[in-house]
Ligand binder design. Structure first.
Ligand SMILES: [Zn+2]
Length: 214
């Protein structure tokens, strides 16, 4: 897998600091699991976080806190051993674990013309969805009110900016208007996260938008 489109420093830093909404966390973790380059950059940001904590002034806790903590650990039921979820189909481990399987375990909803989506259950501050776009199909032309991250899991799509293949991530903001089109070959499956509703230019998608929760 040759990945040419990566996460920004800003996103990796926010992820390391635990500042991202759940939907963006999921996309970030999924890309990092596929991308050696972003994993190395993330490790550097995490090291900075560790150094900051080490240098920070400590705050005294109450006398009994250590004993109380050890007590709680002792009372915890023995963890039943569960193997971590592995890659399932085109879903890398973080996403497969989240869904509980691969694309076949997803409850897809038809959006017409063979395009399907599934909205994932995440915190309300941002939303995550899976998109299934058959070869040659387009996602309606749209702009963005906030930030949109799109990670390709299978197939590829093209828009005005470039071509995005498996593992590539497109970061689109208010300045971007695009019409992603799925390339010939296997259907394009993407994981996308947005922190504000998209802005569609055509009337019909705009009318349908509240129902589709795009
Ligand atoms: Zn990367």
């Amino acid at each position: 897998m040759t990945i040419r489109h990566h996460l920004s420093d800003q996103l990796l830093m926010a992820y390391a600091a635990g500042d991202l909404p759940e939907a963006f966390n999921l996309v970030t973790a999924t890309h990092v699991s596929l991308c050696d380059e972003c994993r190395a950059r993330l490790a550097a940001f995490e090291a900075v976080g560790g150094a900051v904590l080490q240098e920070a002034d400590s705050v005294e806790m109450s006398d009994a806190s250590l004993a109380a903590c050890l007590d709680r650990i002792e009372q915890m039921p023995q963890a039943t051993h569960r193997a971590p979820m592995r890659r399932a189909g085109c879903f890398p481990a973080p996403l497969a674990g989240y869904i509980g399987g691969g694309p076949e375990s997803v409850k897809w909803r038809n959006l017409g013309a063979g395009v399907k989506q599934a909205i994932l259950r995440t915190g309300r501050d941002a939303s995550a969805r899976l998109l299934y776009i058959p070869a040659g199909q387009a996602v309606p032309d749209h702009g963005h009110r906030g930030l949109e991250l799109t990670l390709v899991l299978q197939g590829a799509f093209r828009d005005d900016a470039d071509r995005f293949g498996p593992g590539d991530i497109e970061i689109a903001d208010e300045a971007v208007e695009h019409t992603p089109v799925a390339e010939a070959g296997p259907a394009c499956i993407c994981l996308a996260a947005t922190d504000a509703p998209l802005r569609f230019n055509a009337l019909i998608p705009r009318l349908a938008q509240p129902f589709l929760r795009i």
